[in-house]
Ligand binder design. Structure first.
Ligand code: SF4
Length: 238
């Protein structure tokens, strides 16, 4: 069966926000197999068909033209790994000799394993939504949570650059959850854990938009606690 070409739903030609320390271009692909109520990309996740496609030719032209000063290319979503055309997209970027960062929710470890084996990714950023027993609450999707563990183990031991990150949404992920995740990551020798501030604006479930985020002070305290187990930093809290 021929592979369906992946549709690019968004393109940021230059950004310093999506790959720490790198000037990158970012490509967005639509669709996701989860429905996190605090998701900030609701249209991209629930109705990607309503968003016009960006032509690969346009992206390719930009990447070729800016080769001398861009450091890499980020592929994010939605969830990129649900698309059979992801491999072709990453191969296209690699042909232009760009390092690739992939953002993922980690639900498809077999896809990640293949991409790592094929040397199509240089850095993986995986979301860990919360502790495994709370995954249904945090993703509103029934999944076999063993796959999350499998992806964490795979990425931690892959030898490629990586980070794990948790958006700290009160009610979905609490201090105890964060510390449990940090301990697990530390035990595996993961390189980096990132706590991300929750932004209640434009979330998938409007009720979740009424949740008050934790204070920066509280998050910094959490970061300090996590640092006992795994190198941890805070992102998006001003
Ligand atoms: S937060 Fe990520 S994993 Fe969750 S629904 Fe949005 S894109 Fe999917």
């Amino acid at each position: 069966m021929p592979t369906k070409a992946i549709e690019i739903k968004g393109f940021i030609p230059v950004t310093m926000l999506d790959w720490d320390g790198k000037l990158a271009s970012t490509l967005f692909v639509g669709g996701c197999n989860l429905r996190c109520p605090f998701c900030q990309n609701a249209p991209l996740v629930t109705c990607p068909e309503s968003i016009p496609n960006v032509e690969w030719k346009e992206v390719e032209k930009h990447l070729k033209a800016k080769k001398s000063w861009l450091d890499g290319c980020v592929v994010t979503g939605g969830e990129p790994t649900i698309h059979s055309g992801l491999k072709n997209l990453l191969s296209g970027i690699k042909k232009l000799e760009y390092p690739v960062k992939l953002d993922t929710n980690g639900t498809l470890p077999r896809v990640l394993r293949q991409l790592i084996q094929d040397k199509l990714v240089d850095f993986i950023a995986m979301d860990i939504k919360t502790t495994l027993p709370k995954y249904l609450l945090a993703t509103r999707t029934k999944i076999e949570t063993e796959v999350i563990k499998e992806s964490i183990n795979l990425i931690s031991k892959s030898g490629i650059g990586h980070e794990f990150r948790t958006t700290v949404v009160p009610g979905f992920v609490e201090r105890e959850d964060i510390l449990e995740v940090a301990k697990y990551l530390g035990h595996l020798g993961a390189k980096r854990y990132v706590l991300q501030q929750f932004n209640p604006r434009t979330v998938l479930d409007p009720k979740v938009g009424k949740i008050k985020p934790f204070s920066r002070k509280y998050l910094l305290k959490l970061v300090k606690e996590c640092n006992k187990f795994v190198p941890t930093k805070l992102r998006g809290a001003g």
